[in-house]
Structure formats: C-alpha cells, structure tokens
Design a protein around this ligand. Structure first.
Ligand SMILES: NC(=O)C1=CN([C@@H]2O[C@H](COP(=O)(O)OP(=O)(O)OC[C@H]3O[C@@H](n4cnc5c(N)ncnc54)[C@H](OP(=O)(O)O)[C@@H]3O)[C@@H](O)[C@H]2O)C=CC1
Ligand SMILES: O=C(O)C(=O)Cc1ccc(O)cc1
Length: 430
C-alpha cells in the first residue's frame, strides 16, 4: 500500500495543494498540467523529491495507482476522454471538480471497465487549512477496499470525511455553493451598477456588512471558472438560483408597494421554517465585536446602520420555499457558506434587528436604488446560469471583478483574517 503512487492531472491551485500535502505525508506524486506548462512546473518542483512532473496525462495515468483529475469542470469530459484510456490496469480514478454529475459521467464513458472510481471534493479553497473542513468521498464504482484505500491516502489532511453519492453531493452543494455565490455575486454587481465602493459609504459600514463586503471581494478576486462550473453544470443549482432570484423579486415588490404586513408575515413565516426552535442550542456564529474588526473602511461606526437586508431576507425565503434546512447542509458546508448562514442567523435570531430591517425596507427609500440593482443582478445571474453560457458568465464576472480589483490585496488580507477568526469558532462545531 505504502509504495503506491498518486497521479494528479491539473496542477492549478487545488492540484498543487494536493501534491504538496500528500507528498509531505510521504506519498510519491506523479503530476502534470497542460503540455505547455511542463517546463515551468518541472522547475517549480525541481527540489521536491517526491513530486515528479510529466509532460502529459498519459504518462501520469499509466504509472499511478490513484489518479485525481483536478482540472476546470468545463473541460473534464475532454481531458478524461484524452487520458482515461491510458489508466493503469486496476487503478482507482477520482476527480476534484466541484460538480460531480459531469465528472462521473466522463469517468463512466471514457475509463476502461477494470478501473475503479472513487471521487472526492475538498469543500474549501486552496489556501484554507483542510483540517476539520468537510471532504466528500464518493464510492461510485469501487470495492469497499478501494474506498478505504482512498480514505487512507487522504486522511493526512485531517478533514472531516463525508460519504455520499454524487447526486446527493450535487443537490447539497447547489445550495451551499452555487446559491451562496449567486447572492454575493449579485451584491458586487449591484454595488458596481450604482458606482459604489460600499466601504466608502456610511450606511454600509460595520457589522455584518463587513462580512458581505469581504466575501464579495474574495469571490471576485478568484477564478471565474470555479464559480461558473459549479453553477452551470449542476442542474439542481439552476433551479435553486432561480428560486433565489424569485424570492428577491417578490420581496422587493412587497417593499416597493409598501405592503408592510404581508412582507413581515412572509419573512417571519420563512424564518420560523428555517430557524426552528431549539436549533439555537449553539451560540450565534457571529458577534458584533468580531465583525467590527474586519472593516475595509476607515470610518468609525456609531450605531448599527439600518438596512433592508434584502439579500438575507431572500435567502431565508428561498430556503423555505425549497424546503431546505440549511443546518442539514453543514455536511457539505464551505467556509463561505458557514459565514453566509452566520449572517442570516444573526439577523433572524435577533427579533429587533429583523423588525428594524423590515421597517427600513418599507419606510426608508434610501435603499430603493440599491435593492433595485440587487434585484436586477440576482435575476441576471440566474438567467446567465440557466442559459449555460460560460463565455457570457466570464464576461460579466471579469467586468465586475475589474471594478473592485484595486482593493483585492487589502480585502484578501482582511478577508483571510476574518475567515480565520470566525472559522476557528465554527469549524469544530458545524
Ligand atoms: N479553487 C477552489 O477553491 C476549488 C476548486 N475546486 C475544483 O478543482 C478544480 C481545479 O480548480 P483550481 O485548481 O482552482 O483551478 P486552476 O485553474 O488553478 O487549475 C486547473 C488546472 O488544470 C489545468 N488543465 C486544463 N486542461 C488540462 C489538461 N488537458 N491536462 C492537464 N492539465 C490541464 C489548467 O491549465 P491551464 O490553466 O493552463 O488551462 C490548470 O492549471 C476545478 O474543477 C474546481 O472546480 C474544488 C475545490 C476548491
Ligand atoms: O467556499 C467557497 O464557496 C469558495 O468559494 C471556495 C470553493 C470553491 C469551489 C469549491 O468546489 C469549494 C470551495
């Protein structure tokens, strides 16, 4: 067992993270990226004895006992079609892509029948310490023994292993990932459309606004294909993002029409369905003292600025309409999802704050144009995902990312500290 070697096809951020950590745990790694990256990768890993770089996936596949594809989700079929037939007889193959339906379909289609399939998914970014984070393992076409082997290989991460099917993985991550990203992508789109840097405007400063701002910038500072792939390729994501956009639109119409009682009744009923009695056994995930430390703004905050919090009211409405209990999704939660649930929980478990948000939504028209742009944005992202066009997703994503780009270095440093502080409190208690 110990003399087995691990193949990694796709040495981007996740592939490198896996190579580094697995080689540090003593495994021999055979890795490749696209042939044009062979020279630079060879140089980069020259001093690492246990990592051997090869020019292409054929050479990695024929040598390795467990082969992991860590490429963009949109190219998985093409890459497996290319290298799959070269897989070593009796090897185990898996993938790291964020949506399992296309990955598993590609494996079934292109891998020889003597090859077993155990796939995986680390539910965190490459710079997050895997310890304690969920790691999904999917025994798709494999013996129990082979699952145990992969389990053993990946055990050095110290992650929390979760054993589910590919289908269940996609249904849960549609919520924990795709809808979560849609909400933050929409916030960024709305700020850009209104030509705002939210940390420069008094009414945005402080508290849960800091989480919204830091996470939005964190997403836009990342690679578009990760978000596009997991949303566009996951059929459950389309439906769930559409419901989020509908919830945003319907709540916004109630606000515009001044339907205070209907708005309150709908939001509170949704809140009661999602945040059931007894679930508050654990402390609130987020607290003001922590949140206020992570501001991009140099303005001071005197009092919690009132806000309609349309994005948060809508996610709870969306969960309730879909019959989703987000706490049940903690098994596939990413750090971002836990923060997102943390901020909604913060609002909904504080009746005064919720009441203030609902009254602000009706009475205070300074939020109307922000909320209008947010509504447009949520619908536009939903259409973009439903349409399934990677290039238009990329175009929207990169246009908005370039608006915020000057603040990425600062936001990412602050965002990392924020994640670390908040996640230290939540990782062991998901
Ligand atoms: N980033 C994240 O936070 C997470 C990502 N994931 C998933 O992991 C996968 C990898 O993501 P990530 O590492 O971030 O993305 P990257 O873009 O950093 O890495 C993908 C790598 O695959 C390479 N590649 C493309 N085609 C081939 C090929 N034919 N042969 C060999 N290599 C190839 C790419 O090369 P080139 O760039 O030159 O095309 C690139 O270096 C994705 O499916 C993503 O959804 C999962 C968990 C977290
Ligand atoms: O936490 C998130 O949602 C991220 O943005 C990082 C991420 C991206 C893709 C994954 O498949 C898993 C984690």
């Amino acid at each position: 067992m110990e003399d087995a070697s691990i193949g990694i096809i796709g040495m981007g951020d996740m592939g490198k993270m896996y190579a580094q950590r697995l080689s540090a745990a003593g495994w021999r790694i055979n890795a490749c990226d696209r042939p044009e990256n062979y020279e630079s990768l060879t140089q980069e890993f020259a001093s690492q004895q246990r990592i051997t770089i090869f020019p292409n996936g054929h050479l990695v596949s024929r040598l390795s006992d467990f082969i992991l594809y860590s490429v963009e989700a949109g190219v998985i079929d093409r890459v497996v079609a290319q290298y799959g037939p070269s897989t070593k007889v009796g090897a185990i193959v898996g993938g790291q892509t964020s949506c399992k339906a296309p990955e598993l379909a590609a494996f079934e289609k292109h891998l020889p029948s003597d090859v077993e399939i155990v796939s995986c998914h680390s539910l965190h970014g490459p710079k997050v310490n895997p310890k304690g984070q969920p790691l999904v393992l999917i025994q798709h076409r494999a013996s129990d023994e082979s699952l145990q082997f992969v389990d053993y290989i990946l055990s050095s991460f110290g992650s929390k292993h979760v054993y589910i099917t590919g289908e269940m993985h996609d249904r849960i991550t549609a919520d924990t990932q795709a809808v979560t990203h849609a909400a933050f992508l929409s916030m960024g789109t709305a700020w850009q459309a209104n030509n705002q840097f939210p940390w420069e405007i008094n009414r945005w400063v402080g508290g849960i606004e800091n989480v919204k701002i830091n996470i939005t910038l964190r997403i836009y500072a990342n690679k578009w294909h990760v978000y596009a792939g997991l949303a566009i390729l996951n059929p459950a994501a389309k439906q769930q993002i559409r419901q989020y956009a509908e919830s945003v639109t319907e709540l916004y119409k109630l606000m515009l029409g001044g339907h205070r009682e209907e708005l309150k009744q709908r939001v509170k009923a949704a809140g009661a369905a999602v945040f059931k009695e007894g679930q508050e056994a654990q402390d609130l995930l987020l607290k003001d003292e922590v949140l206020d430390r992570f501001s991009l703004s140099n303005r001071s905050r005197e009092k919690s600025p009132p806000n309609s919090h349309l994005s948060l009211l809508a996610i709870v409405d969306c969960w309730s309409k879909l019959g989703i209990v987000p706490y049940d999704h903690m098994i596939c939660s990413t750090p971002l999802f836990r923060l997102w649930l943390g901020v909604t929980e913060y609002l909904f478990r504080n009746p005064e704050l919720l009441e203030e948000a609902l009254d602000t939504a009706i009475d205070d028209n300074t939020f109307r144009s922000d909320d209008l742009e947010f509504t447009f944005a949520a619908r536009a992202w939903s259409d973009c995902v439903s349409f399934g066009d990677f290039e238009s997703y990329r175009d929207r994503f990169e246009r908005i990312a370039s608006y915020f780009a000057p603040r990425f270095p600062e936001a990412s440093q602050l965002g990392n500290e924020m994640m670390k502080t908040i996640l230290e409190k939540t990782t062991n208690n998901p």
